[in-house]
Design a protein around this ligand. Structure first.
Ligand SMILES: [Fe+2]
Ligand SMILES: [Fe+2]
Length: 171
């Protein structure tokens, strides 16, 4: 295979992380469905799709590079949230964790002289800036709304660029 074993192992860990993020975002979408906040639910369903696509990106790259992708078992997920702010903060923390993982992957790829993987990973470096920004903005909007979640619903509806940028950036 053209990529280094260490990098391949970390990519398999990342596949798990991306599928886990995808499932976790469905759990958050369900929380918003139950709270009768359908725009926020849709927002998280879209995020979930995007995370699945991130996992698939790693799978396709590894196959192309002659590495063996492994489909992981998934961890336990958080299904209960006490407030919209808590749910979105949880999502933001998850994005920060993924950003660390991607940075660690890049560091390892460079240390291993694996520039094939390094170049592939640069897309994810850029993508994480957008992911963290989107979630940070949503959290700030929830704080501004000061309990009136219908204002946040309106914000999500009026800001399709978040969804479009997310989808567009992901393809
Ligand atoms: Fe992701
Ligand atoms: Fe993400």
């Amino acid at each position: 295979m053209i990529i280094k074993q260490k990098v391949s192992d970390l990519m398999n860990a990342q596949i798990k992380s991306e599928f886990a993020a995808s499932a976790q975002y469905i759990a958050i979408a369900i929380y918003f469905e139950e709270a009768a906040l359908p725009e926020l639910a849709q927002f998280f369903y879209r995020q979930s799709e995007e995370e699945r696509m991130h996992a698939m990106k790693f799978i396709h790259f590894m196959l192309e590079a002659g590495a063996k992708p492994l489909i992981p078992g998934l961890p336990e997920f958080k299904n209960e949230f006490t407030s919209p702010a808590e749910a979105v903060q949880f999502a933001l923390d998850q994005e920060m964790k993924v950003t660390d993982e991607i940075n660690n992957l890049v560091t390892t790829a460079v240390a291993e002289n694996d520039h094939t993987s390094n170049q592939f990973l640069q897309w994810f470096v850029t993508e994480q800036v957008e992911e963290v920004d989107t979630m940070t903005t949503l959290l700030q909007t929830i704080r501004h709304a000061n309990g009136n979640m219908l204002l946040v619903e309106d914000f999500v509806l009026r800001n399709p660029q978040h969804a479009v940028a997310a989808d567009g950036g992901a393809t």
